[in-house]
Design a protein around this ligand. Structure first.
Ligand SMILES: NC(=O)c1ccc[n+]([C@@H]2O[C@H](COP(=O)([O-])OP(=O)(O)OC[C@H]3O[C@@H](n4cnc5c(N)ncnc54)[C@H](O)[C@@H]3O)[C@@H](O)[C@H]2O)c1
Length: 347
């Protein structure tokens, strides 16, 4: 029985708790949050026996094997490093850190600890992305030439997910002082992983970020609303393919829409998660003269939570690990630098 702790018991922690609760061979034994009321409510909801308000107290108690780090982005590095130093396996939320040097330190610490380390690039829960990776690796598309990827949300322009003006869970995401790296760091991180897992490593980026005015004086209470909310990235991949990756929180009509299209010399594939996460569209030799697409059903793949537990059980590290999280962090840092300096940055 793998004993788990969940640290940071806000919105996303419920997804971790719900997923782990459905899996055999593990038990959530502890929850930790700086907000005592929140952690107690969370523990009561998910029937978790022990609660803590500091990671130090949790680690001193120590009766757990592994932890989900579901705290806001700036706490990913310090809390994961403390867990690793305590010899615990860590599933850390994305982005792995807030800069590449912190992420690289986490990779070193994980190697030293010799424990299972994973970053929750949760769109890898969809089997279509693994099928896309396999098709590209097998050369089914031929030489890859062009990549199109989008991640569109709309919680700034329509209140499908509640009123962002009054909810700290949305407000911290708009404020750099609260550790946010904007839409780029929040969901652009998924986009970079989702596109480059099948398409291959990114060689260089040119990025334009934008922060649109959204409140009088650019401020709501303690939150200065200065984090980017739209990003457009031109990427070149190490295999020579050229890509366009776009994300925004202003895409009215899209609550949470992710698409990927890969175009090669021998064929093309498309994924649209609004349509299906377990199917992709493929256009190959036969159909390509007609511009016709066939639907490919993709065999079920394990979730991130299953991969994490299997890794602990078998002592075999699965992907995406902290090293992958750090590689994506490097691309995020390059995007920020590119925007600041208005030039292409090589990775
Ligand atoms: N993988 C995904 O698809 C996905 C989806 C949503 C959020 N996330 C990530 O999950 C993380 C949390 O996001 P959220 O939406 O749940 O945020 P949230 O604001 O709802 O919850 C964060 C919780 O962490 C607690 N916290 C803050 N500092 C802490 C500390 N030092 N120790 C312990 N607890 C602390 C807060 O009190 C809060 O309860 C973020 O990094 C976010 O990027 C990932």
């Amino acid at each position: 029985m793998i004993k788990l702790a969940i640290i940071g018991t806000g919105g996303m922690a419920n997804t971790h708790a719900d997923n782990f609760s459905q899996l055999r061979g593990c038990k959530i034994v502890a929850a930790c949050d700086v907000d005592q009321k929140r952690v107690q409510e969370f523990a009561a909801k998910h029937k978790i026996p022990h609660t803590f308000t500091t990671v130090e107290d949790l680690l001193q108690w120590g009766r757990f094997d592994a932890a989900s780090n579901v705290t806001p982005d700036p706490f990913h590095a310090p809390i994961s490093l403390a867990l690793l130093a305590g010899g615990k396996h860590v599933l850390c939320e994305k982005p792995l850190a807030v800069c590449y040097s912190d992420a690289a330190e986490m990779v070193r610490a994980a190697r030293k600890a010799g424990v299972i380390n994973m970053v929750n690039f949760s769109y890898r829960n969809h089997s279509a992305i693994h099928k896309a990776h396999a098709l590209v690796s097998k050369g089914v598309l031929g030489r890859l030439l062009h990549v199109e990827a989008t991640y569109f949300q709309s919680w700034l322009s329509q209140n499908g997910w509640g009123d962002w003006h009054t909810n700290p869970a949305w407000l911290w995401r708009l404020s750099t002082a609260h550790g946010s790296k904007g839409v780029l760091g929040d969901v652009g991180v998924h986009l970079l992983d989702f596109a480059s897992y099948p398409a291959g490593d990114i060689a260089s980026v040119y990025c334009r970020l934008k922060t649109f005015p959204k409140a009088p004086g650019g401020k709501i209470g303690e939150y200065r609303l200065d984090a980017n909310d739209s990003a457009v990235i031109t990427a070149e991949f190490t295999n020579g393919a050229l890509g366009s990756l776009r994300t925004t929180r202003w895409a009215t009509g899209h609550h949470n829409s992710i698409t990927l299209a890969l175009y090669g010399e021998e064929g093309a594939l498309k994924i649209d998660l609004d349509r299906s996460g377990s199917e992709l569209e493929l256009c190959r030799v036969k159909q390509r003269k007609l511009g016709a697409w066939a639907t490919v059903k993709c065999a079920k793949t394990p979730s991130m939570y299953q991969r994490f537990l299997t890794g602990i059980r078998t002592e075999v590290q699965d992907q995406p690990d902290f090293a992958r999280g750090a590689a994506i962090q490097k691309a995020l840092d390059a995007c920020e630098q590119s925007h600041r300096e208005s030039r292409t940055i090589s990775l």
